[in-house]
Design a protein around this ligand. Structure first.
Ligand SMILES: Cc1cc2nc3c(=O)[nH]c(=O)nc-3n(C[C@H](O)[C@H](O)[C@H](O)COP(=O)(O)OP(=O)(O)OC[C@H]3O[C@@H](n4cnc5c(N)ncnc54)[C@H](O)[C@@H]3O)c2cc1C
Length: 358
């Protein structure tokens, strides 16, 4: 019998498997895909904090400094934070390397098998099976109910583009979220997401941004998409013998919709809690994780504000305001929390400046 049985061999499941196997627990991972890099559904952009937690193979990532933020009229401003960066990734290869590291630590990964409740064999079951978690439903745990729908295309070939994260605000094309263009690892990634029930129209978006990102010389080689939970942490997310991690637990920032870093962190945290419980008689993992998972206290109200879909004319005007730009900088560059000291040092000067001052 396995000590830890994990459903889902992606960011959360593979981080959990590696940490669990490294501690000597017999660890089995199931995934319905045939290999970890198959049918990836994410842009795969990592925040700097993820790079601080884990060493990624350098050939699989590309550093991106700064954001170019476009209003609906396609006027733009550049936002910068010295020392901060994002990592674009060759995501399929990155996931394969995470799978190899988990196996090297002793985890057994079994691909090509879907999880059913009756299959359960491990002492502790970890649901790392994404936004529509079957593990959550079979264990009677909380499930995600609020989603963005995201879609992205990948282009190969020459695209003239400054090496920044290009972010597009547009309440018609991306109600409740944004469009993006990422200079990726050997490709250019173009996508957008909308708050359901609105559906993203990628071709219209590509046509709309043509004057600033001309994709005509490039070739579209892939299209992917999926749901992004934005309702915050599900409750309950664990029982004494079943734990949800990553998207299955709703651990995606309701504001930025970034979930990879929290998926990896929660996978690791869950493994440490399980190891302490099984090996050293520590408290059951649900009790430990209760204090460790984020509550998204400030990000949830900000998500509600984004769901209002401000008119495009207002978004264009907002882009000119130093206060709006300061808040945008805090959102993009201060992932440790909008109320962190760093975030306030960045935002406060713009907030305290008299209205109308440049
Ligand atoms: C279009 C799009 C773009 C995104 N871009 C970013 C980004 O740039 N940066 C960022 O931080 N976040 C991004 N996200 C969110 C990010 O992708 C997720 O938060 C992250 O992938 C969560 O990882 P996970 O391991 O929890 O789940 P997932 O990556 O969803 O993996 C779940 C795994 O479980 C497996 N599985 C599911 N059900 C079963 C079953 N019944 N049996 C067996 N296996 C099963 C799946 O095959 C899959 O391998 C994006 C999401 C989307 C949809």
């Amino acid at each position: 019998m396995a000590d830890v049985e994990i459903v889902g061999a992606s960011f959360a499941g593979l981080s959990c498997a590696r940490a669990s196997a490294s501690r000597g627990l017999r660890t089995i991972v199931w995934d319905r895909k045939r290999d970890a890099g198959e049918a990836v559904r994410t842009t795969g952009l990592l925040v700097k904090e993820a790079d601080e937690d884990e060493e990624f193979p350098r050939e699989l990532v590309r550093r991106i400094h700064g954001v170019r933020l476009y209003g609906p009229s396609l006027r733009w401003v550049d936002l910068d934070a010295p020392g901060y960066f994002f990592l674009a990734t060759d995501t399929p290869a990155l996931l394969r390397s995470m799978a190899a590291r988990a196996e090297a630590a002793g985890a057994e990964i079994r691909h090509g098998r879907s999880f059913w409740a009756t299959m359960r064999t491990g002492r502790i079951l970890v649901g790392a099976d994404g936004p529509r978690s079957r593990v959550a439903r079979s264990a009677g745990l909380g499930v995600n109910r609020r989603f963005l729908a995201g879609i992205e295309a990948e282009f190969e070939g020459p695209v003239e583009l400054e090496t920044r994260l290009h972010v597009f605000l547009d309440s018609d094309l991306a109600p409740g979220y944004i469009g993006w263009v990422v200079p990726g690892v050997g490709v250019t990634q173009v996508g957008l997401a909308t708050r359901l029930p609105a559906r993203p129209d990628l071709d219209r978006f590509i046509e709309r941004v043509r004057s600033v990102v001309d994709l005509a010389p490039a070739r579209r080689v892939a299209t992917r998409g999926g749901l992004i939970p934005v309702g915050g942490t599900v409750r309950p997310f664990a029982t004494p013998d079943t734990v949800l991690v990553g998207d299955a637990a709703g651990l995606v920032s309701p504001l930025t919709a970034g979930g990879i870093h929290t998926a990896m962190r929660s996978g690791r945290l869950a493994a440490l809690a399980i190891a302490s419980h099984l090996l050293d008689g520590g408290p059951s993992p649900d009790r430990v994780l209760h204090d460790a998972y984020p509550a998204f206290t400030w990000k949830r109200p900000m998500r509600a504000a984004m769901d209002i879909h401000p008119p495009n004319a207002l978004l264009d005007r907002a882009l000119e305001s130093p206060r709006f730009r300061a808040v945008a900088r805090a959102v993009f560059f201060h992932h440790r929390g909008l109320l962190s000291g760093d975030a306030w040092r960045d935002v406060a000067p713009a907030m305290l400046r008299p209205a109308g001052a440049p």
